[in-house]
Every structure is written in structure tokens, then in C-alpha cells.
Design a protein. Sequence first.
Length: 279
Amino acid sequence: MSIVDAHHHLWDPAVRPYPWMTGPAAPLRRRFGTDDLAATLTGTDVTATVVVQAVADAGETRDLLDVAADDANPVTGVVGWADLTAPDVDDTLAHPSLAGVRHQTHDEADPRWLLRPDVRRGLAALRDRGLPFDLLIRGREVPAALELARAEPRLQLVVDHAAKPAIASGDWSGWLAGLTELATFPQVSCKISGLVTEADPARWREQGVVRYARQVIDLFGPDRTMFGSDWPVCTLAASYADVLDVALDATRQLTDTDQQAVLADTARRVYFQRRKPCT
């Protein structure tokens, strides 16, 4: 089986600051480079990856694009950051390894940030280039995401980390209601990623992380669900092998074709159909 990891990170805090690496995330404040990634993927069936921005910094995106341009590593595409409000945002979207754009929407003070006219102009530029936008949202931002999906049927949207359910506190019904609505829009896909760190790090197995992943697959179907490790953030709670096992467990009852869709084919279609070929 060939697996595409549709969501991981690379960074070096000595090059640029990552302000969110404080408190429980402080152990992540060190370099994670392609050598670390290669060591982590050894012994797995992961043959290609998508590296995702971790700070609102165009310089980080340029560095990640340089990584993706090097065939010596498995990074095939970049979901980078771009200032969607910039008048020249379209000029930043032409790189062949740019697979999509993400903004840390859940950190914005305005829960309706996605609907601001200047942001909508930037999202329209993504739509016109056929590039997806990754939605980093929690429940607070779901209503705006729904309004965006309704207004932009040709903009491919990807929900990161299953909209971050509060697994540690046992959230289910509120999370499920919002995600169920998002799943009604055919241009919206969802990643089963980042779940172990939404649970209690010491009890994520007992808290039913696999149940949340299976629910995502039930809502979106295999053709709109994709696996992402969220490495190295996942290491705050679990190993890379652990999060891969979550995905394998969640897809175990699917047909081979549907399991392959979740583990690779959906990511290929969403991120690579007009980008660097993914083997």
C-alpha cells in the first residue's frame, strides 16, 4: 500500500520565531528538518508527503517550497501561507510545488475573518487557480466556514484536524453537528489528523480517537477524507507509528479501494492533480 501523509510540518525556530510554541507545546521548539522526517518515515509505507505552514510568514513558505523542489526527500507539495488580503496575492500562487494555502484562522480575533471582503478576494484568487484552502478552525469558526462553502462552490476547502474536536472534554454532539453540515458541501474534504493532541495526551487511546476518525469517514466518505500525521506536533501525545495506526484502524473495515482513497488517493487528487507528480 502506498500512503500519502497529507499533513505534517518542518521548522527551525533558530531561523524564525513560532510564537505558539509555549506551554505544553514548548518541547516542539527545536529544529525538525528533512533528515528527521526521513528517519521518522523509515519502515512505513509513506511514499509522499504534504508539508503545511506553521506560522504566518512568507519566508517559511519559500523555504518549504525549496524543500519540495528537492527530489531527494518525500515532500511533494506545500500548503503554504500567503497574505490573502494583499492586492498582489495572485503573484505568490504560481509556484509548481504550492499545493494549497492555509491561514491560522482559529487564532484570529474575528470568528468571521473568512468572510471579510479583502480575505474573500484572496480566496477567489485561490479558486481561480484551482488551489485548495485549508481550514484551520474550531467550532467557533464553523458558521463562517459554512457560509464560505455556500458562497464559493468552486473553491476546494480542506478541514484540518477534523475541526479540532475537544476530545479531552468528551465533546461529541456539538462537534458532530458542525462537521455534518460541512460535509454536505461536495467541495469540502476533511483530514483525520491532529486528533491525538485534542485528547488527553496520556489517555488518547481510552478517549476514543479512532471513533472520531471513523465518524469523519462516515460523514465525508473515503473520496473526501485523507490521512495526515500532524508530525511533529503529534509527538506531544503519540509517535508517528501511533497516529498511522489510528488511520489504519479507522479504515480497516473499508474495501481496499476505499482504504487507499483515505490513505493516499484523496490527497493526490486534492493537492497534486495540477502539481508535481506524486508517485
